[in-house]
Design a protein around this ligand. Structure first.
Ligand code: SF4
Length: 98
């Protein structure tokens, strides 16, 4: 993640609608793993593992679903989220919890 992208995220975190971002753990990590194509070296699994330890994973996932974000958000990739949007909400949540 670039410095400009980080600054944008921090600005969003000051908005009450995005206050959950204050609790995100990803700004303290290598942000590149959240936006890299999975190159077969475990980039996406590393991002997912970070998300699993994040206290705002549900809020983050909802934000990404609502805003069409790119990269890994809420432990999901863009492909995961496209798949979730095509399924009834209950099925998508059950799949995420599995
Ligand atoms: S769930 Fe993942 S992408 Fe979302 S705020 Fe937490 S660490 Fe960052």
């Amino acid at each position: 993640m670039t410095a400009d992208e980080m600054a944008e995220l921090y600005a969003l975190a000051r908005d009450p609608a995005t206050a959950w971002m204050d609790y995100a753990v990803c700004p303290e990590t290598d942000g590149d793993v959240f936006f890299a194509e999975d190159d077969g070296r475990g980039t996406t699994p590393r991002a997912r593992a970070i998300c699993r330890g994040c206290p705002v994973i549900a809020e983050c996932l909802q934000w990404a679903l609502d805003h069409g974000e790119l990269g890994v958000w809420g432990g999901t990739t863009e492909t995961d989220r496209k798949r979730m949007k095509r399924k009834p909400k209950t099925a998508a949540v059950l799949e995420l919890a599995a």
